[in-house]
Every structure is written in C-alpha cells, then in structure tokens.
Design a protein around this ligand. Structure first.
Ligand code: AMP
Length: 139
C-alpha cells in the first residue's frame, strides 16, 4: 500500500487544514483528536510520511514512541489521570481510518469507559484540554 500525501494528517502537517496543536519537535507533531474518546485524547504523528507500523522506519518509530512517552507523562498530571491508554491501528482491517502513522494517547480514570468513536467533540473543551497538556509539558 502506498502513502497518500493528501491524507488528512499530511494536510494538518502542511497547515492546509486546522488542528489544535499541543507539541512538536523536529520529528513529531502532537494535536488533539477532534472526536475525543476521553477528555485529553490526542494523536502523535511523525512529520515524515509513512502509513503505519508496517512501513515505518525504525527511526520514525523511535521518534514517535519517544513523543508518545512524553505526552503520556504529561496527560497524567494534566487530567489527574490514573492511567493512560495508547492505541494504534494498521490498515483498514486493523481499524485504521487515517493512513498516516499515528498513536492515540488517552488519559484514563477509574471506572471510566472510553466514549464511542466518530463523535465530534466540543471545540472549546478540546482547546481547554490542549492547554492543560501544554501547561503540563511546560512543567
Ligand atoms: P484511526 O485511523 O482509526 O486510528 O483513527 C483516526 C483518528 O483521527 C480518529 O480518532 C479521528 O477522530 C481522528 N481524526 C480524524 N480527522 C481528524 C482531524 N481533522 N483532526 C484531528 N483528529 C482527526
């Protein structure tokens, strides 16, 4: 399967469509999921193209996982979370919908179920949650 440079996350990387960014470094970008399944649900992507773990280079995987860990450690205090779920899907039959490698980072709380997929979030709430993550990263 080939990488499509017009997938929605490639457009976010090029700033062709809006996103709520929370963190970036030379190799990775983190932005809020617009259909959050828990408050604070965000996505970590490499800045370079690859579809998923099947075609990613070891470098891309290492860079993205370093950022996943950084963000997981930030969402814990940002949301007084007691756990973090990290999710990742590969190809349509593996549950993937956007074909640019991404890891979901979802802060979790006791007894809290994840919400259903595909439900647009409240953009003011998403912006406020992004600010909580940025503040935690700033320490
Ligand atoms: P999946 O490919 O199954 O891991 O899911 C793709 C994720 O991207 C879903 O959680 C969507 O809510 C999210 N998503 C889709 N479009 C956007 C967008 N424009 N900005 C932020 N998140 C998005």
């Amino acid at each position: 399967m080939q990488y499509d440079p017009d997938n929605i996350f490639a457009k976010i990387l090029r700033d062709e469509i809006p996103s709520t960014r929370v963190y970036e470094d030379d190799a990775t970008l983190v932005f809020m999921d617009i259909m959050p399944r828990t408050p604070g649900h965000c996505l970590v992507i490499p800045k370079t193209p690859c579809r998923n773990v099947l075609d990613a280079s070891p470098r891309q995987l290492a860079d993205v996982m370093a950022t996943v860990q950084k963000i997981a450690n930030a969402v814990m205090p940002a949301f007084d979370a007691t756990g973090v779920t990290v999710q990742q899907f590969n190809e349509a039959d593996g549950g993937q919908e956007v074909f640019h490698l991404h890891f979901h980072v979802l802060p979790r709380h006791p007894g809290q179920r994840m919400g259903p997929p595909g439900q647009m979030g409240d953009m003011d709430e998403i912006a406020a949650n992004a600010q909580r993550i940025r503040a935690a990263l700033a320490g």
